[in-house]
Write a protein that binds this ligand. Structure first.
Ligand code: FES
Length: 106
């Protein structure tokens, strides 16, 4: 499910996020993982796998997706939906770059 941005918040620099990895930010009780692809695109998802709440931020980023470290579900970074035969969806948030600054839409 895609959340609609009402407020853009600077959450750090692109270089703070490892390529093909993620960095987490807190929004109240929720942890949001900001992912960086090998070609420097950024995506933001709740850090919670739709299967059994695994920490997606610890997964491997590949081909516009992240593989959950717990049971290897593959989640689209763009839509938050589970790929293949698996069914489920993680919340996604708008995120963009202003130069090297990462802006998260909340
Ligand atoms: S918790 Fe992510 S695949 Fe099971």
């Amino acid at each position: 499910m895609n959340m609609v941005a009402t407020n853009w918040v600077a959450v750090g620099q692109l270089s703070d996020i490892p390529r093909q990895g993620a960095r987490c930010v807190k929004n109240g009780d929720m942890t949001i993982a900001i992912f960086r692809t090998s070609d420097d695109r950024v995506f933001a998802l709740e850090d919670k796998c739709p299967h059994k709440n695994g920490p997606l931020s610890n997964g491997i980023v590949h081909d516009g997706c992240v593989t959950c470290p717990l049971h290897n579900w593959v989640i689209s970074l763009e839509t938050g939906t589970a790929q293949g035969a698996d069914k489920g969806e993680t919340l996604t948030f708008p995120v963009k770059l202003d130069g090297q600054t990462v802006l998260l839409g909340l």
